[in-house]
Design a protein around this ligand. Structure first.
Ligand SMILES: Cc1cc2nc3c(=O)[nH]c(=O)nc-3n(C[C@H](O)[C@H](O)[C@H](O)COP(=O)(O)OP(=O)(O)OC[C@H]3O[C@@H](n4cnc5c(N)ncnc54)[C@H](O)[C@@H]3O)c2cc1C
Length: 48
């Protein structure tokens, strides 16, 4: 079984920010998302 310090559900702006902060603090992090790509709305709002 894989063990991590932090499990973030949702790779949106908030989830990715939380994951980055946890990583900066030395925590092992896994991010899961129901979508095929992370940050979909970020990409939309960025006009890409
Ligand atoms: C068309 C559009 C244009 C926008 N333009 C701008 C802009 O120009 N400037 C601006 O500041 N903001 C803009 N926004 C708003 C901005 O995109 C959102 O405020 C921001 O994405 C919210 O981030 P969030 O992480 O809270 O949620 P979300 O971005 O919605 O991320 C949530 C993530 O969680 C995942 N998820 C949800 N439920 C589950 C589950 N049960 N299991 C697994 N994964 C799950 C979703 O797939 C999603 O990837 C725009 C939004 C849209 C739709």
């Amino acid at each position: 079984m894989v063990q991590v310090d932090v499990l973030v559900i949702g790779a949106g702006a908030a989830g990715l920010m939380c994951a980055a902060q946890a990583g900066y603090r030395g925590r092992s992090v896994t991010v899961i998302d129901m979508g095929k790509k992370p940050g979909r709305k970020i990409l939309i709002s960025g006009g890409l």
